[in-house]
Ligand binder design. Structure first.
Ligand code: HEM
Ligand SMILES: *[C@@H]1O[C@H](CO)[C@@H](O)[C@H](O)[C@H]1NC(C)=O
Ligand SMILES: *[C@@H]1O[C@H](CO)[C@@H](O)[C@H](O)[C@H]1NC(C)=O
Ligand SMILES: *[C@@H]1O[C@H](CO)[C@@H](O)[C@H](O)[C@H]1NC(C)=O
Ligand SMILES: *[C@@H]1O[C@H](CO)[C@@H](O)[C@H](O)[C@H]1NC(C)=O
Ligand SMILES: *[C@@H]1O[C@H](CO)[C@@H](O)[C@H](O)[C@H]1NC(C)=O
Ligand SMILES: *[C@@H]1O[C@H](CO)[C@@H](O)[C@H](O)[C@H]1NC(C)=O
Ligand SMILES: *[C@@H]1O[C@H](CO)[C@@H](O)[C@H](O)[C@H]1NC(C)=O
Ligand SMILES: CC(=O)N[C@H]1CO[C@H](CO)[C@@H](O)[C@@H]1O
Length: 333
């Protein structure tokens, strides 16, 4: 790399570090109606109970950790973190029936946790908080950071597929599009590049990216941004009509929360269009670059914890708002 561009890169990284520092202060100063250990009086030990249950569940299926992390994201982006994603509908119009949610996994885990928690403290702990705690534990048990979460959310009673279609970012979104979806939730480009790091866990189904393989611009072409060897592998797994097969989002270490995602993205092996998009913005590209240095792991862990806590505040219901449901999937007024 030419020295002029490497010095401008250094400048960008310094700017990002400054932005990160001010963001940290902001996150702490920002008023949040939530707080850590909200249930210390009303359901002491709830986080330990959840962790104990999840440890057993993950021993049977380590891949469900990725599902739980995504579940929290999809809940928070649609009507806020209010467990509206958990609600079943009899007419197929709830959030969980929206296209982007058809592949979301882990509903039954949240419901199982709720059952255990109800036995200890009936009608006290919200499903939205259980989803938040479960997402944190999913990261922790994947060798990621173990960060304190805020609690005190209450559950919503409205769940509409149309809201999910409107608010969840598209898998083929470019930088401009993704930034808009995040800004609509008061989340920054820094949050976008940091939270995209969640794709260090889990898988995607062929339809989420096969456009990049078979028909990128509508002329039967492939996305030129894809590494050639990687493209050939994707093509071998995902024929144009394949809707069932899955491919890891971070091929090297699918079940481990690490920097592997950013290495994939930088190596033109980001699976989704939205992953590759991070390369096409100078600030987010600089972050991807920074995360390609193994010594950045702690920075990623700290950044991820800050952005997850921020995402966990989106549109929350607190105090007298919303309800505490007995079951996370059954509608109550
Ligand atoms: C930046 C915008 C994002 C887009 C466009 C996006 C899109 C997607 C898509 C299309 C899939 C694959 C679905 C499938 O085909 O099965 C996926 C998987 C996943 N996403 Fe995202 N995502 C984004 C951000 C996030 C965030 C913020 C998180 C969490 C903090 C997250 C966590 C996950 C996880 C863990 C998986 C794997 C799920 C599994 O293995 O079941 N994503 N995402
Ligand atoms: C589906 O059920 C929900 C909740 O009961 C209701 O609000 C909505 O109007 C129904 N939609 C249709 C299309 O029947
Ligand atoms: C990003 O995508 C949107 C919607 O597809 C499009 O209108 C816009 O021109 C794209 N922007 C860039 C910079 O490619
Ligand atoms: C974003 O922040 C504004 C101003 O603080 C607030 O009114 C709005 O409700 C927030 N939006 C979400 C989705 O949290
Ligand atoms: C590729 O996309 C174009 C435009 O959307 C469409 O007309 C065409 O049928 C597609 N080709 C294939 C092979 O799917
Ligand atoms: C994908 O594989 C098919 C069948 O082998 C081949 O015809 C096609 O050219 C390949 N596409 C790409 C983008 O490699
Ligand atoms: C990685 O980061 C460390 C600490 O910031 C730095 O000393 C080292 O030069 C970096 N390595 C590369 C290859 O950039
Ligand atoms: C939902 O909860 C609110 C209180 O947060 C309540 O006013 C409303 O009647 C409930 N039911 C529906 C269907 O919105
Ligand atoms: C955004 C997204 O993931 N959409 C997919 C939802 O699931 C259906 C069925 O598998 C796919 O066709 C969509 O592409």
């Amino acid at each position: 790399m030419a020295s002029s561009s490497s010095s401008s890169r250094t400048t960008i990284l310094l700017l990002m570090a400054a932005a990160a520092a001010s963001l940290l202060c902001l996150a702490q100063a920002e008023e949040s109606p939530l707080k850590q250990d909200f249930y210390s009086e009303t359901c002491p030990g709830v986080e330990e109970l959840v962790r104990k249950e999840l440890k057993k569940i993950f021993a049977d299926d380590s891949t469900i950790r990725a599902g739980l992390l995504r579940l929290h994201f999809h809940d928070c982006f649609v009507r806020g973190c209010d467990a509206s994603l958990m609600l079943d509908s009899h007419n197929g119009t709830a959030e969980k029936h929206a296209d982007p949610n058809l592949t979301v996994r882990g509903y039954e885990v949240i419901e199982a946790l709720k059952l255990k928690v109800e036995a200890e403290c009936p009608l006290v702990v919200s499903c939205a908080d259980l989803m938040t705690i479960a997402a944190r534990d999913a990261v922790k048990f994947s060798d990621g950071p173990d960060y304190p979460v805020e609690t005190g959310r209450r559950d919503g009673n409205i769940s509409m597929a149309a809201d999910a279609k409107r608010d969840l970012p598209p898998a083929d979104g470019n930088v401009t599009v993704l930034t808009k979806y995040f800004a609509a939730k008061n989340l920054t480009m820094k949050d976008l590049v940091v939270l995209s790091g969640a794709h260090t866990l889990g898988v995607a189904h062929c339809p989420s990216f096969s456009g990049r393989v078979h028909n990128h611009t509508g002329a039967g072409d492939a996305d030129p941004a894809l590494d050639a060897g990687y493209l050939a592998k994707l093509n071998a797994t995902c024929g144009p009509a394949n809707v069932a097969s899955v491919v890891p989002l971070d091929a090297a270490t699918t079940d481990k929360f690490d920097l592997g995602y950013y290495q994939s993205v930088r190596g033109r092996k980001g699976l989704l269009g939205s992953d590759d998009a991070l390369n096409h913005d100078s600030l987010m590209g600089a972050y991807v670059e920074l995360m390609n240095n193994a010594s950045s792991l702690d920075t990623f862990f700290q950044d991820f914890a800050v952005s997850m806590v921020k995402m966990g505040r989106v549109g929350v219901l607190t105090g007298e708002e919303g309800v505490i449901r007995e079951s996370c999937t059954i509608f109550v007024d």
